[in-house]
Design a protein around this ligand. Structure first.
Ligand code: NCN
Ligand code: DMD
Length: 304
């Protein structure tokens, strides 16, 4: 509540207008068998978001938040109505054999994220959540986390959408191989995002930077949006002041990165869905905090 007041400059901030932004992208590294689901699910879910049938849609309707779906890098050739088409390229390349994308592409995705955040502010949005959709993106997010922290992949890699032990071993090896092949420069967040990241991850990094620049509070979601936020904090440490952690994902890297950013999550429900589902779930807690600040009697009111 104190931070919300600081960000907005209002003692009792108005956060009535809320939006969830879901950045979408595909990952070439899925060719290495690192996910429990095929890459086509990214496109299927984009269609689902537009029909209002995904978890993030249900939860957002429940709390009165708008959902914006932004395609920065899915493999879909044709997009359904309702998607914001800001495609940088049709999925990343396989980072296990070379860079996921060019530096200029990562910069473009970051720029798109910045613009989307600024647009939301102009539209009157007062609290934003950020989430993503991209089969294979827990592999990319873990690689970015390992590159930027120096923590070994075995300590960071989790089960993503629900892989078995053998696939987990393969995922750890692929993260290690991707880092060995690309040699990302750990002090250059854009280099890391380009070589072993993803388009939706880079766009979320931009979103966090853009939101902070226009004093828009941002609620991050699970592992992937937190990795993006970690990269943003690396680029400009002050942006951490504008961030709120919603929930704690079961992905092992999530807690480590939240600790490094200096954030504590509001919910620990062992979730791992993504889409921004945890962020939107926490929105009513923000409304509750504002209601307390506005309505609860103080000792002075009680004549003490
Ligand atoms: O938010 C999380 O911590 C999280 C943990 C596991 C999976 N996900 C979601 O599942 C997808 C990535 O999982 P995977 O196994 O394909 O890397 C992607 O669409 C994410 O939104 C998300
Ligand atoms: C069905 C499904 C929905 C998702 N939402 C975010 N990531 C996802 C991954 C899968 C597999």
């Amino acid at each position: 509540m104190i931070r919300l007041a600081g960000i907005t400059g209002e003692v009792v901030p108005d956060i009535g207008r809320k939006a969830m932004v879901v950045f979408c992208g595909d990952h070439g590294v899925t060719a290495e068998g690192v996910s429990a689901y095929p890459p086509e699910v990214t496109g299927l879910m984009i269609h689902n978001f537009c029909k209002g049938g995904a978890a993030v849609n249900v939860l957002s309707r429940n709390v009165g938040a708008q959902v914006k779906v932004v395609d920065v890098g899915s493999s879909l050739r044709e997009l359904p109505d309702g998607v914001v088409d800001r495609k940088v390229r049709y999925g990343t390349a396989n980072m296990a054999v070379g860079p996921a994308m060019k530096r200029a592409e990562a910069e473009k995705a970051i720029q798109i994220g910045i613009e989307i955040a600024k647009d939301l502010k102009v539209e009157g949005v007062q609290l934003a959540g950020v989430g993503e959709m991209g089969i294979g993106n827990t592999t990319a997010a873990s690689a970015v986390a390992s590159a930027m922290t120096g923590i070994p992949a075995q300590e960071l890699v989790g089960r993503g959408t629900g892989i078995d032990e053998a696939t987990w071993q393969q995922k750890v090896e692929i993260v290690c191989k991707s880092l060995a092949v690309n040699q990302p420069d750990r002090v250059d967040a854009i280099d890391v995002l380009a070589k072993v990241g993803g388009l939706e991850i880079a766009a979320m990094t931009g979103f966090v930077l853009g939101a902070a620049s226009v004093r828009l509070p941002v609620v991050i979601d699970g592992l992937i949006s937190t990795v993006a936020a970690f990269a943003a904090v690396n680029l400009s440490s002050d942006v951490r002041q504008y961030l709120f952690a919603s929930h704690l994902s079961v992905e092992p890297a999530h807690r480590i990165l939240l600790d490094r950013i200096g954030l504590e999550s509001l919910i620990d429900a062992k979730m791992r869905l993504g889409e921004g589902s945890g962020a939107v779930l926490s929105f009513p807690m923000f409304d509750s905090a504002v209601a307390i600040a506005r309505e609860m009697a103080t000792f002075a009111d009680l004549g003490l």
